[in-house]
Ligand binder design. Structure first.
Ligand code: F6P
Length: 319
């Protein structure tokens, strides 16, 4: 399609800036003007836009967060809010919109495309890695690495003081981040939203391990399963052992993107522009069998169901 101007909306996580850089530079190379939307859908409603050229995205490949800033927008999920956002698109002659973000952002993009006819292409970017039909979202690899670094440090104290640590990781209702972090950190246990657990059997394992000389444990708990403090007090109650907790929180969402996330961002940002200019809309870009591909946004917004049985068994055999 012969487009003159497109817009780009972002949410924050590591690698979003790298994707924005790829979008702007691919569009510039095709002679297409890019308007950055400040503070996500809230900015789209208010018409808060900034023109972006090749130079305005210099040096951002390694920066976490989003240079466009982000915000939650309750208004956008009302009909009036969406109509206001569409008016901004039309008034500013944006012929297409690229939305870089997770489930909520992509759902917003899907609403604009399916209900209001805006040509939207989504780019999956979320530490939760819970975008339907998409194997890897930008930001998830960085989050795993950031959490793994933290765990390595926690393990030093856990081993030295012979203690049990319960570490809570993000991921909303999805256990992907928790499972990856637990495997990468060589942890003893992981409590996932996708898997029932029995506190008594966790405690029995700790007590049995202790009687054979195992003195330090790291239990990962996904925020969508339970709170670290509840698990820690449960373990202390039934084993009698002292526990400590660490809630990793937003450190997992920030930081310099890993090489994997930068390369994924480059590929997906570039592909999103190509798809938009190629006439595609209401789709989300992804990688399939090492090549760029798309899935419908309607699929992307449906959270995938992970089967962690193999990885969980692996963790238990190796711990
Ligand atoms: O979706 C990304 C995420 O970081 C989740 O893992 C977490 O539950 C949530 O966002 C936190 O949201 P907020 O930054 O609004 O507290």
């Amino acid at each position: 399609m012969n487009m003159k101007k497109i817009g780009v909306v972002t949410r924050d996580c590591a690698g979003v800036n790298a994707a924005l850089r790829a979008v702007v530079r691919t569009a510039s190379a095709a002679g297409v003007e890019v308007m950055g939307v400040i503070r996500g859908y809230e900015g789209l409603i208010k018409g808060d836009l900034v023109p972006l050229d090749r130079r305005s995205v210099s040096g951002i490949i390694s920066q976490g967060g989003t240079i466009l800033k982000s915000a939650r927008s309750e208004r956008f999920f009302t009909r009036e809010g969406q109509e206001e956002a569409v008016r901004t698109v039309l008034r500013n002659e944006m012929e297409g919109l690229i939305v870089i973000g997770g489930n909520g952002s992509l759902a917003g993009g899907h609403a604009l495309a399916s209900r209001h006819g805006v040509r939207v292409v989504g780019v999956p970017a979320t530490i939760d890695n819970d975008v339907g039909g998409v194997d890897f979202s930008i930001g998830a690899d960085t989050a795993v690495n950031v959490a793994m670094d933290a765990l390595d440090k926690i393990r030093d104290t856990a081993t030295s003081l012979e203690r049990i640590f319960v570490v809570e990781v993000m991921g909303r209702d999805c256990g992907y981040l928790a499972m990856q972090v637990a495997l990468a950190g060589g942890c003893e246990e992981v409590l996932l939203p996708e898997r029932e657990f029995d506190m008594d059997s966790v405690c029995r394992e700790i007590t049995a391990g202790n009687s054979q000389g195992k003195v330090s444990w790291i239990i990962i708990v996904a925020e969508g399963r339970a709170r670290a403090e509840d698990i820690a007090s449960g373990v202390t109650r039934c084993t009698g052992f002292e526990t400590r907790i660490a809630v990793l929180g937003h450190i997992q969402r920030g930081g310099r993107p890993t090489a994997f996330d930068r390369i994924l961002a480059a590929r997906l940002g570039h592909h999103a522009v190509e798809m938009l200019l190629g006439g595609q809309a209401d789709v989300c870009v992804c990688m399939k069998n090492s090549g760029p591909d798309v899935v419908p946004l309607a699929t992307a917004v449906r959270r995938p169901t992970f089967d962690f049985r193999y990885d969980y068994q692996l963790l238990k055999v190796l711990s």
